[in-house]
Design a protein. Structure first.
Lengths: 116, 112
């Protein structure tokens, strides 16, 4: 089966600019996750969707980050305006479901963002 | 707050040595536990998982992990490592609400 697709793979922007990342999960996976992974740290969950509804966005900096999954399939994560501390790898993952019945997550290759 | 602590940031071993990577989690309720691995240049992928039942779980490539509820631990073990095990290893857990928390990872370098 095809894996989780992400684009772009790399992005360099200046601070205060905006950027968007795209993710296409594995077909049939209801749950989609966006993580931020800063160098030397583990992935930090930013937002979790179940179909097109938000399950958890408690760690999403909502003043500058937004995400949507309008049709319950692919998703976009946006940063506007970007700050230097947003430099990180942004990972998308998907799973069959989440909650009481837990499934493993399948990760995409990530987008490496550098903010200068 | 939910958290995962991985005690070793970088472990260096020679081939055939035994491996144990420590993982402790902080959460007051029921958890599902995972070890993920990221080989150089590859995506994060599942190594093994514990949901319920036998606390000793076996994963791919000869890895195993033991869940000790009283210690909030889920340590990863392998009796004899190979050069190809060089990778970064992440411990993680989900709650029944589905929220995921990852540790900061342990980089394993195996010398041939």
């Amino acid at each position: 089966e095809a894996g989780v697709a992400q684009s772009p793979r790399y992005k360099i922007i200046e601070k205060r600019q905006s950027v968007a990342f795209w993710c296409n999960p594995i077909s049939g996976h209801a749950t989609l996750y966006w993580y931020q992974q800063i160098l030397g740290q583990g992935p930090k969950l930013l937002i979790q969707f179940q179909n097109n509804g938000v399950v958890d966005d408690s760690q999403l900096p909502k003043d500058r980050f937004s995400a949507e999954r309008l049709k319950g399939v692919d998703s976009t994560l946006k940063i506007q305006p970007a700050k230097l501390e947003d430099s990180a790898v942004y990972l998308c993952a998907s799973s069959l479901g989440s909650g009481v019945v837990t499934y493993e997550q399948y990760f995409g290759p990530g987008t490496r963002l550098t903010v200068t | 707050a939910q958290s995962v602590s991985q005690h070793n940031h970088h472990v260096i071993l020679s081939e055939a040595a035994s491996l144990e990577l420590g993982c402790n989690y902080s959460y007051g309720g029921t958890v599902n536990l995972f070890w993920y691995v990221q080989y150089p240049g590859q995506h994060l992928q599942l190594l093994l998982k514990y949901f319920s039942g036998d606390p000793l779980v076996k994963g791919i490539k000869g890895f195993e992990a033991e869940f000790i509820k009283s210690k909030f631990s889920f340590n990863l073990r392998k009796p004899s490592v190979q050069w190809s095990d060089t990778a970064e290893y992440f411990c993680a857990f989900n709650t029944n609400a589905g929220k995921s928390t990852f540790g900061d990872g342990t980089t394993l370098t195996v010398k041939p």
